[in-house]
Design a protein around this ligand. Structure first.
Ligand code: ISJ
Length: 121
């Protein structure tokens, strides 16, 4: 006899809940590292964003997504969303350290790039 559909639904949801917990824990660990990077950049007056690094990450994540049956466009949007938050943290650390470069070429490049991609911070 086949499984009760409600039992099957609960079983799927148990695994979904476990995976959601992994996502949150993974993001929390990633933000701990990016905040350390943000503090390092602020102390040494390095620009918050690095668009060349982001381009390499986008290509890598698009490839990983496509190899695992996930929409590469979704993977790119997700990375962009996360990096937008990271940059906000970096800018905060730079303001705190008094090393922010408002109006720098890097900041201008980022906002041009975001306009081109229809994203904003
Ligand atoms: C964390 C960094 O700072 C920014 C955030 C990135 C990220 O969240 O992966 C990547 C590049 C930078 O724009 C970094 O330079 O490595």
């Amino acid at each position: 006899m086949s499984e009760d559909p409600r039992e099957a639904l609960f079983r799927y949801r148990d695994s979904i809940d476990n995976l959601d917990a992994i996502l949150i824990h993974t993001l929390a660990e990633r933000f701990k590292l990016t905040q350390a990077v943000g503090r390092l950049k602020a102390q040494h007056t390095m620009p918050p964003s690095d668009l060349a690094r982001e381009d390499r990450q986008i290509q890598r994540l698009r490839q990983l997504a496509s190899d695992s049956g996930l929409d590469p466009a979704f993977a790119e949007k997700f990375l962009s969303f996360v990096v937008g938050e990271v940059i906000r943290h970096h800018e905060h650390f730079a303001r705190e350290a008094g090393t922010d470069q408002a109006g720098s070429a890097e900041a201008d490049a980022r906002s041009d790039d975001q306009r081109d991609h229809g994203t904003q911070q």
